[in-house]
Design a protein around this ligand. Structure first.
Ligand code: NAD
Length: 427
């Protein structure tokens, strides 16, 4: 089994060495500052109690409190959470946020639990982490299998504990302990779409540098969940031609390369009705047989489109299929969708790959805006949240682009160096 944390550390070491960054400071940075482990007692509906392993990794706080989601999964491991927390430290630094990196994990398949059991487990997690989290210490958020409802249970629990202990923490600061809360309960209205929107903002900045017109570019989007759907929807509004989209059961493609864009809202409505994108190929205006056809995910990755947007899983473009990829621009909206070998191969062939720590950082910027909104005890309008998202991401892109041009290095390497320089300068 690969050790994700050591392979991530090794990748970063190699890049830092090429750029002659301070070795001692780098080694200090790579080691997580705190590893919090807990065994959560979970009272089952039948009256029995089981014990569930959980983690919070607080990776680095040079730039501010730790920030990162809580992953709930039967296979989530300490090693994986450590690696994810390390990437969060870099992502927050690249986005110029006053945050360090963190990540949490709860080792269980939440689909095996009733709603009441999941609520009790979420509250146990918040209780076990009460002393180490907080608006100025560590700010968790949703990740795989966690959602605003789970976050709300956690908020309720920490408010209850703070009251029981008579702690003089204002309520708005307790809300700011978590981001990704429900909108009606101090969440940010645009948090859900901020990752997809952020990806489009960054892609548009790249196209300005390349002097390319979105209206002349075609695109395929793999993954039609939170990130992929919003990315495709907003990209279509900006004039890109979305020729194919997919989910875990396969995808649909427009009839030919000159066809009009798929109508993303129609596809989304159809997916809601049928349960999966590929079920929509013959659904009226979405993509009937005269207008489109079903394709596999592998076929989607090899399409002759200008832009490929992997928005589902890690490592989908790897040594086995990298030679099939024809797109000249790849936007890594998922975390780690292009393996290091494929990244090198495709970059050498002239493809421009916007790395995940830049491309999908709209999510954490949205979280930052939610945190700030809570601390300021106010509610941001959609317009002011979008403006801030735009400003933060445009600056982040500009910094990475400049580094990449000045040092003649690919964007991934440039993003890592920009992040590392900021963090290491604080030692
Ligand atoms: P999601 O669960 O909402 O959507 C995932 C989508 O991928 C679904 O449409 C699913 O059907 C599809 N999928 C699953 N397996 C697939 C396969 N083998 N081939 C093609 N499609 C497949 O998840 P999400 O929140 O959209 O996250 C997607 C990725 O983006 C993840 O890597 C996540 O870590 C990353 N990410 C998400 C956010 C966020 O704000 N949600 C922020 C940063 C990064």
């Amino acid at each position: 089994m690969t050790n994700l944390y050591s392979s991530s550390s090794e990748q970063i070491r190699q890049i830092a060495q090429k750029q002659s960054l301070d070795k001692d400071k780098l080694e200090k940075f790579l080691v997580p500052e705190n590893i919090v482990e807990a065994t959560l007692p979970l009272l089952k509906d039948d009256g029995s109690t089981i014990f569930v392993k959980a983690f919070r990794i607080q990776h680095n706080s040079n730039l501010g409190p730790y920030k990162g989601g809580i992953r709930i999964h039967a296979q989530v491991s300490k090693d994986e959470v450590m690696a994810l927390s390390l990437w969060m430290s870099l992502k927050c630094a690249v986005a110029n946020l006053p945050f360090g990196g963190g990540k949490g994990g709860i080792v269980i398949d939440p689909k095996t639990l009733s709603e009441k059991e999941l609520e009790r487990l979420s509250k146990e997690y918040a209780k076990s982490m009460f002393d180490v989290i907080g608006a100025h210490k560590d700010i968790p958020a949703p990740d795989v299998n966690s959602n605003p409802k789970i976050i709300q249970w956690m908020v309720d629990e920490i408010i209850k504990i703070a009251k029981e202990k008579n702690l003089p923490i204002p309520e708005n600061e307790l809300y700011a302990t978590f981001t990704g809360k429900p909108i009606q309960n101090h969440g940010l209205t645009v948090r859900e779409e901020s990752t997809g929107m952020g990806g489009v903002i960054i892609l548009l900045e790249l196209l300005k540098k390349l002097e390319k017109n979105p209206k002349e570019l075609s695109m395929a989007v793999q993954g039609f969940g939170n990130v992929g759907y919003h990315f495709a929807r907003i990209a279509q509004k900006k004039g890109f031609k979305i020729l194919a989209v997919s989910d875990s059961k396969g995808g649909i493609i427009a009839k030919n390369i000159d066809a009009e864009s798929l109508d993303i809202d129609l596809v989304a409505n159809c997916k809601k009705e049928k349960g999966y994108v590929a079920g929509c190929y013959c659904a009226g205006g979405v993509c009937d047989l005269t207008k489109g056809k079903v394709i596999t995910n592998e076929e989607l990755l090899g399409l002759s489109v200008d832009i490929l947007v992997p928005s589902a899983l890690e490592n989908v473009i790897n040594e086995s299929n990298m030679k099939n990829v024809k797109a000249k621009i790849i936007v890594e909206m998922a975390n780690g969708p292009v393996s290091p070998e494929a990244y090198e191969y495709l970059s050498d062939k002239g493809a421009i790959i916007i790395p995940d720590i830049l491309a999908n950082s709209g999510g954490v910027v949205g979280s930052y805006i939610e945190w700030k909104q809570n601390l300021e005890n106010t509610t941001y309008s959609n317009d002011s949240a979008f403006n801030e998202l735009d400003e933060k991401l445009t600056t982040a892109f500009e910094n990475v682009w400049e580094k990449s041009q000045n040092e003649k290095i690919p964007l991934r390497q440039a993003a890592l160096v920009v992040g590392l320089e900021k963090i290491l300068a604080k030692y």
